[in-house]
Design a protein around this ligand. Structure first.
Ligand SMILES: Nc1ncnc2c1ncn2[C@@H]1O[C@H](COP(=O)(O)OP(=O)(O)O)[C@@H](O)[C@H]1O
Ligand SMILES: [Mg+2]
Length: 263
């Protein structure tokens, strides 16, 4: 069956999902965090993942990327069920910009691009300011420049699917718009994007659809338009900060999987 989705520029395109999660549960060791997550991402669309701190958004991305094992349910990537690692998935066209900025701080901008086998002309076309910073160490860039570099590294490899976790964390609104506009352009060229974002109002201007997570489950989903018209309800019911269960219980956290920018 072929489904039809419409992108924000109004064009309707028949696409099969790039990524599908069916009833996926996972967590850290014996600690379950996400349960029964169903979602999909198609080529050419930006799907926003919203939810308060501790809702399980990062855990979901880690699981979709192959960094955390699925405890039940299944993930299909590019049409077939996958239990492959992030490394294997990234070779198949998955790009993952993690919550921590996905750059090597001690390497220069150019070295970062080279290591990612990113097309540097493509990267400089996305964010022209990176060109004059090419010889500078990533650790000396501003937060916004580091995030541009992280996104350029990811997009200049021409991925099929981009997972991005809180690109805009701590950045000025103008920089956030530039990052989101670059993501939108990539989506309009066919990349499927799953974008975790706290700036709900802003991201819904760029996204096609959204899911809202609460306590490890998908609590709500809809088009960006539907979500915009229910903003008050979403903010009230789902986005107020809730104490993380481990904070409440003073629970020991286990280390997250260690990730290099290239998986
Ligand atoms: N390494 C870990 N070990 C144990 N629990 C964790 C770990 N990382 C996150 N958690 C717990 O998983 C839940 C979801 O966290 P996370 O996926 O980071 O949420 P979000 O990205 O939505 O803020 C929280 O209760 C958090 O405390
Ligand atoms: Mg997170």
């Amino acid at each position: 069956m072929t489904a039809v989705t419409s992108s924000s520029n109004g064009a309707a395109a028949p696409t099969a999902p790039l990524l599908t999660a069916r009833g996926v549960s996972s967590g850290y060791g014996a600690i379950p965090v996400i349960s029964d997550v169903h979602l999909e991402v198609r080529a050419g669309e930006i799907v926003a993942m919203l939810g308060s701190n501790g809702a399980g958004k990062t855990t979901t991305l880690l699981t979709l990327a192959g960094e955390l094992p699925v405890t039940s349910g299944e993930i299909a990537f590019l049409g077939s069920t996958s239990r492959s690692s992030l490394y294997q998935r990234s070779r198949q066209g998955l790009a993952y910009v993690t919550e921590e900025r996905s750059v090597f701080m001690r390497l220069t901008v150019m070295e970062n691009l080279r290591l990612a086998s990113a097309d540097r002309d493509e990267a400089f076309a996305l964010f022209p300011e990176l060109k004059s910073l090419a010889g500078r160490r990533a650790g000396l860039l501003s937060g916004g420049e580091q995030q541009m570099l992280a996104l350029a590294r990811a997009l200049a490899r021409k991925p099929k699917l981009l997972l991005a976790d809180e690109l805009s964390l701590g950045l000025a609104p103008m920089v956030v718009d530039r990052l989101l506009a670059a993501v939108r352009r990539a989506a309009d060229q066919g990349v499927g994007v799953l974008l975790v974002e706290q700036h709900v109002g802003k991201v819904l201007k760029y996204a096609d659809r959204a899911y809202v997570m609460r306590r490890g489950r998908i609590a709500m989903s809809g088009t960006a338009g539907e979500m915009r018209s229910r903003m008050a309800e979403i903010e009230e019911s789902y986005l107020s900060r809730v104490a993380r269960p481990d904070e409440a219980a003073g629970r020991q956290r286990t280390a997250r999987p260690r990730r290099s920018p290239d998986g």
